[in-house]
Design a protein around this ligand. Structure first.
Ligand code: 2HG
Ligand code: ZN
Length: 460
């Protein structure tokens, strides 16, 4: 029995959230204890599903009083084990905190519950004539709270920034039990520390986010989507750099390679987009308020090395092109349990990194296969490696060391979770981690919030 399964604690949790919302049976909790990739699983645990902020606060109080740790979880779409109770912690599922206030049309903002999905935010923003700047393939499951905890990036960071750039205010239950409600949406408020920023990327280690005030962006009705083929990776990277400089309305520049395209076509029964195979592909999208094919078309004329291209101006064809990129994660999952190396590099280091990666992998594991894709205009690559045992971290280690050598980061947008704790030191100095730990102690003095994620223990 794990501490979370103590019958007294289970009874007290039921008194707070209602017996129907405390899940104890392994069959029922299985979906909360295994991550999307299947790489991170946990022993039996207990799931509490509060329906309002006061219940979240009461659960945090109970856990603190019982000395039992808890892990907050949204849509369970995380990829680094950050929302999985790997040590048998109580799972605090925030999915019932879904719901939204009316869009504040004057300021272009909306207050939503932490359990609201990103897809639902898109829908309610669109209904009010706005859009939400964060978009990602897992939009229909990923929640606002989870994307704040991980500071999710996604497909449109290039134009709108990451989640941190959208969060105007938060409501959160801190580890010490206090609820802080800071949901006013002043665009300018220069009065000290910025709690929303601190919570973005904190991975549930400081507080449990229960609601957020999000900034919305204009809804752009006209999109041009292009799939470009290149016969070298260097040509694709050079094109991405050129488009970034030349196209004001650029929203997305996504890279993938031939192996990934082959895989998504066979796994998803998609037609091949071009008659011949090529080495690298860019999925590019522009958006504007008025119909304008000219800007992208003119820029594409000046891009050298385009071997083939498909351009869509209608939404259905645009979505069809996006499928070649967006279904990568799902298709890779059909090959095996992947090691997901989400990393960032300075843009000039993308080419040297991609050049050195194949020989590095070949040296370490002959059977390993790398699937490389990502948000290349932001220097964010997703290196997925299959054909390696889930607990064999030799490739992860070698790749992250190469990333560090090239001045990059071991996490660009997925966070650290439990998967990458041992490599945080490659991207953060002890002088940076010490204040992180001090903040953690101040806001979660008993250390009950997601204690096995993010922060590595201090080196003696
Ligand atoms: C994406 O960009 C997500 O599609 C998932 O960040 C990346 O599966 C991955 O490695
Ligand atoms: Zn991504």
């Amino acid at each position: 029995m794990t501490p979370a399964q103590d019958p007294r604690l289970v009874r007290e949790l039921a008194d707070v959230v209602g017996a129907d919302h405390v899940l104890v049976d392994d069959d029922v909790t299985a979906g909360y204890r295994t991550d999307w990739t299947g790489r991170f699983t946990s022993p039996s645990s207990v799931v509490a599903r509060p329906g309002e902020t006061a219940e979240v606060a009461a659960v945090v109080d109970l856990c603190r009083a019982s000395g039992v740790a808890l892990v907050a979880q949204g849509g369970n779409t995380g990829l680094v084990g950050g929302g999985i109770p790997t040590q048998g912690e109580v799972v605090l599922s925030l999915r019932r905190l879904a719901g939204a206030h009316e869009v504040d049309g004057a300021s272009g903002q909306v207050v939503v519950g932490a359990g609201t999905t990103i897809g639902a935010v898109h829908a309610l923003a669109a209904e009010a004539g706005w859009a939400y700047g964060v978009d990602l393939a897992s939009r229909d499951s990923a929640t606002v709270g989870g994307t704040i905890a991980t500071n999710a990036g996604g497909l449109r960071v290039l134009r709108y920034g990451d989640t941190r750039a959208q969060v105007m205010g938060v409501e959160t239950v801190l580890g010490d039990g206090h609820t802080v409600t800071a949901l006013t949406g002043l665009y300018r408020n220069n009065t000290g520390y910025h709690l929303p920023s601190l919570l973005c990327g904190s991975e549930g280690t400081l507080g449990v986010v229960t609601a957020a005030r999000l900034r919305l962006v204009p809804r752009l009705r006209h999109r041009v989507t292009a799939l470009l083929a290149f016969d070298t990776i260097d040509a694709a990277l050079a094109a991405a750099a050129l488009l970034r400089r030349a196209v004001v309305g650029l929203e997305a520049v996504e890279l993938f390679l031939q192996a990934g395209l082959e895989l998504v076509c066979s796994a998803g029964s998609l037609p091949r987009p071009f008659p011949d195979p090529h080495v690298a592909y860019l999925l590019v999208e522009t958006a504007g308020q008025i119909e304008d094919r000219g800007e992208l078309a003119a820029a594409l004329e000046s891009v050298p090395g385009i071997a083939d291209a498909a351009v869509a101006t209608d939404p259905a064809r645009g979505r069809a092109l996006w499928r070649y990129r967006e279904t990568h994660t799902e298709a890779i999952g059909t090959v095996g349990t992947p090691h997901k190396l989400d990393l960032a590099l300075p843009l000039p280091q993308l080419a040297p990194f991609l050049d050195r990666l194949p020989s590095l992998l070949a040296e370490l594991a002959a059977g390993a296969q790398a699937w490389v894709f990502g948000h290349v205009a932001d220097g964010n690559l997703h290196v997925n490696v299959t054909g390696v045992a889930p607990d064999d971290e030799s490739i992860d280690d070698a790749v992250f060391r190469l990333v560090a050598e090239l001045g990059g980061s071991v996490s660009a947008e997925h966070g650290i979770g439990t998967a990458k704790r041992r490599w945080v030191g490659l991207s953060r100095t002890e002088a940076e981690l010490d204040p992180f730990r001090a903040i953690k102690r101040a806001l979660d003095p008993a250390g009950i919030l997601n204690p096995h994620a993010l922060l590595p223990p201090a080196t003696p």
